[in-house]
Write a protein that binds this ligand. Sequence first.
Ligand SMILES: [Zn+2]
Length: 383
Amino acid sequence: MINPTLAEVIDDLALVDHHVHGVLRVDLDRDEFEDVITESDRPRRSGTTNFDSQFGLAVRKYCSPLLGLEAFASPEHYVDQRAALGVAEVNRRLLRAAGLGAMIIDTGFAGSKVTDIRETAELSGVAAYEIVRLEAVAEQVVRDGSTAEGFADLVRGVLTDAKSRGAIGTKSIAAYRYGLDLDPTRPSEHDLLVAVGRWLGECESSGRVRLEEPTILRFLLWCGVDLGLPLQIHIGYGDSDINLLRSNPALLTDFLKATEHSGTAVMLLHCYPYHREAAYLTQMFPHVFFDIGEAINYAGLQSRQIIRESLEIAPFTKQLYSSDGWGASELHYIGAVLWRRGMTEVLSEWVAADECTLADAIRVARLIGVDNAVAAYGISPVH
Ligand SMILES: [Zn+2]
């Protein structure tokens, strides 16, 4: 059933991983490794292992041979061998095996724990680009002592500086901090000033700086629009910090209508289980794109049906590849492997059924794996 020419072309694609993070620099013991192969931050139920999951199966099948073990090594052997090789060697092997052409890196989540952009580029041997997380900018500006009056200009200044030093996009995690059911309009200066004043007061009384104020989250989204670089927005599947109901991208419809003539592309990230809603939005609005990263990893073998669904109504020019790997380089690698396998399987069926030509199938794979990201972010094609 697999078309061998298609399989070869897809295996050789230098994928652009358009939403990804760095990798941990420290060796992990069994419990620590278990913690990074799930999106949950809760303790495991006693007597269970996170290897009893699609991702656990995928690690044992696909990563074991790269670490010099038989496929389907036991969890104990896998974690022992990982430690014996040392984290730097494991990261290097897995990142290189992912066969990427470029990584577009979000440095905003626990960035100090993982490799930075330069280190990640060295380990993977490919170009790495920066995405600036909007909420992290706002929180840093406050930690640096901003007043309510100075806040807006300071945030805009940091973003402009990031653009001039080569950052290629921004990212909003409003879904984590409030929900996507935000007022879609640009907040007035007065409303922003009141909201920042209130937030600064909360920061002072609680002793912590965490942005959850919807007016400010909305201001940041518009800062991203104004900057003119692709604006990534977290959608759907994430860690336990999220309210899944309020992270449905259909909630962004009015915001997408309000921004469609801005010239700024909006990238809906992850999307599962709302990848069908996201696909609909990409068909409606020329400036909207989506990916199904993260779900591919955690759905493992079953990611094929998510890939299949992602190819329903979305134009082929509107989907991008992402692994959303963070911390464990197994995520960076398996994301790429499963994407290649799933795309090969689905597209081979189309060709075998004579529903499209081999050339069409190759074009679809190239668009999603490489070309759409190259065009949207304006990065140089990688050969
Ligand atoms: Zn991510």
